[in-house]
Design a protein around this ligand. Structure first.
Ligand code: FAD
Ligand code: NAG
Ligand code: NAG
Ligand code: NAG
Ligand code: NAG
Length: 522
């Protein structure tokens, strides 16, 4: 039965070619299945503002960006089902958007000209939990800020371990693994999912029991878009003490950043360091910004840091003690006076923040000489570039988490690097060329210090320069071509992800330039 259905789907999808006729019947199909005021066509006066509502990189708001046929602003799971069914029947693909932070804009644009619709989940929001409960159901369009706020205000004593940026969507974050300041202790985002509701390629809603453990594994870090549309996550919350401590310390080249980083990468990243302590570092121009989160009081933090990393010179005066929710606001806004309610603000001033990012993983200490030349030759030469070093500490997730989700960069990884280059204000002109040239040079310089074969990269820091899917004559993305980029993101887990894809979406309906291709039958 399952095989017959899959075959039928395969035939259906391949008989429809995207043409204006199928676009019309797609729109008609939608209007018969959901309220038409939730569908914005290009002719609508609100089309552009809805399209751009959560775009986080103005680089992709240009006249040459390939735009959707329409934007479906689902406010109910049935609208998601309608979008998938109408899309499937009429050969119109979907780009699913939650927080809109995708670094290559793949949640709202297509690189190749094609007919597609944006399925926007910004109205499908809500965090549902009861006080004292160690879990929460989170609707897929919610942001990390909304999750933090609801957990922190209605369920104090608990946290969800995720990233620093409050406007990032919970769904994109978890779909790519999801790293953050608490992952040494609690694992990545994908490790903290207990259940999920997904709309599959047939438009049916499945929970964990109905989907089985293979698909449940894949959607917790195997990349967004590939397997279906997640409509809700049941997340595991973890205990947090009433007071945590946040410390920001800025050091300059003159104060010996190279020495400090050489010390940091050997002591603060040791697997024997207590998992309650994380010190991440942001490198920019002539500075290193040491950002500490400690799940405990200042006095205990100082005992540890003075012992293993006295060179940092941390004192009681540097400590900011507060509850976990306030700490999340402090880390995001950089000050203690912004109210925690601001974590709910979805509007971001992206106006002139054009950027490009790349990523790496480091498994062997870079060493003082390496850090020194990095500052001299690259960082100090460009005030608009930065590197964020996210500690993994040779272990991700202590004994108390389930580390079976697909995020592969764990054992032996010292830290992740995110390179960023910002500029203003052209999408493809001389300023863009200078910023991108600097980034390319820096990425080349770092090669001897980072992993190789594959040169590991983080799926959530999407980078199309690593490679893109090639669609074969059968209309399906090539598994073999996909290895070029996917083994960097998923390493040995790529094959298993592709096997899951072949099982749940063999005709490759859910796809983008870097979605998981189906594993061919050998
Ligand atoms: C300022 C900033 C800070 C960041 N900090 C961190 C960090 O600390 N840690 C970290 O891990 N990452 C971080 N990221 C990266 C971020 O996690 C990814 O960009 C993530 O994909 C964004 O999720 P989103 O929902 O906002 O994005 P979207 O652009 O909406 O989606 C991203 C991808 O997921 C797919 N997708 C979205 N929703 C669904 C769904 N419901 N079902 C299926 N597929 C879906 C989209 O189609 C797209 O392919 C940061 C990004 C930015 C811009
Ligand atoms: C892009 O479109 C806007 C508005 O339609 C127009 O004013 C502008 O000149 C266009 N830019 C280019 C480069 O075509
Ligand atoms: C939300 O953030 C934007 C951008 O930073 C800001 O302009 C706006 O005032 C904020 N809104 C609220 C209600 O705080
Ligand atoms: C981890 O997850 C796997 C697969 O989902 C499950 O079989 C196992 O029991 C879980 N282990 C723990 C410790 O929760
Ligand atoms: C940028 O401009 C170059 C040269 O004009 C062109 O070849 C390239 O396709 C453009 N890229 C984008 C993303 O528009």
């Amino acid at each position: 039965m399952a095989l017959a259905l899959a075959l039928l789907g395969f035939l259906l999808c391949n008989t429809f070619l995207p043409s204006s006729a199928s676009s019309d019947s797609f729109l008609q199909c939608l209007s018969s299945m959901m309220p038409s005021q939730l569908v914005y066509q290009q002719s609508s006066s609100s089309f552009i503002s809805v399209l751009e509502s959560s775009v986080q990189n103005p680089k992709f708001i240009t006249n040459t960006t390939v735009r959707p046929l329409c934007i479906i602003t689902a406010s109910d799971v049935s609208h998601v089902q309608a979008a998938v069914r109408c899309g499937r029947w009429n050969g119109v693909r979907l780009r699913v958007r939650s927080g809109g932070h995708d670094y290559e804009g793949l949640s709202y644009r297509s690189v190749q000209p094609e007919v597609f619709a944006v399925l926007d989940l910004a109205k499908l929001i809500g965090v549902h939990l009861n006080p004292g409960e160690g879990s929460a159901w989170v609707d897929a369009g919610s942001t990390l800020g909304e999750l933090y706020y609801t957990v922190g205000t209605t369920n104090p004593g608990f946290l969800f371990p995720a990233g620093a940026c409050a406007t990032v969507g919970v769904s994109g974050f978890i779909s790519g693994g999801g790293i953050g300041l608490m992952m040494r202790k609690y694992g990545v985002g994908g490790d903290n999912v207990l259940d999920v509701k997904i709309v599959n390629a047939n438009g049916n809603v499945l929970d964990r029991d109905a989907m089985g453990e293979d698909l449940f594994w894949a959607i917790r870090g195997g990349g967004g878009e590939s397997f279906g549309v997640v409509v809700a996550w049941r997340l595991k919350l973890s205990k947090v003490p009433p007071i945590v401590t946040v410390v920001n310390i800025l050091k300059t080249m003159e104060q010996g950043v190279a020495d400090l980083l050489a010390k940091w990468e050997t002591t603060i990243l040791s697997p024997s360091l207590i998992p309650d302590l994380t010190i991440r570092v942001v490198l920019q121009e002539r500075h290193a910004f040491f950002q500490t989160l400690f799940l405990g009081r200042c006095s205990d933090l100082l005992n540890t840091v003075r012992n293993v990393f006295p060179e940092l010179g941390m004192t009681a005066a540097d400590c900011n003690e507060m509850n976990w929710l306030r700490a999340m606001a402090f880390i995001y806004f950089g000050n203690t006076n912004t109210p925690v309610e601001a974590l709910l603000n979805r509007t971001k001033n992206v106006g002139n923040h054009y950027f490009k990012s790349k990523s790496d993983y480091v498994r062997r200490a870079v060493g003082k000489a390496g850090w020194e030349s990095l500052y001299q030759q690259w960082l100090s030469q460009n005030g608009n570039g930065q590197m964020i070093l996210e500690p993994h500490g040779a272990m991700v997730g202590g004994a108390n988490t389930n580390t079976t989700s697909p995020y592969p960069h764990r054992r032996g990884v010292l830290f992740n690097i995110q390179y960023g280059s910002n500029w203003c204000c052209d999408a493809n002109g001389t300023m863009a060329a200078a910023a991108l040239g600097w980034l390319k040079g820096l990425y080349g310089f770092m090669e001897p210090f980072v992993t190789s074969n594959p040169r590991e990269a983080f799926a959530n820091y999407r980078d199309l320069e690593l490679g893109q899917n090639v669609v074969g004559r059968d209309g399906v993305s090539s598994y073999w071509n996909g290895r070029v980029w996917a083994e960097k993101y998923f390493m040995g887990n790529y094959r298993r992800l592709a096997a899951v894809k072949a099982m749940v979406d063999p005709s490759d309906y859910f796809r983008n330039e870097q979605s998981i291709p189906p594993l061919p039958k050998s």
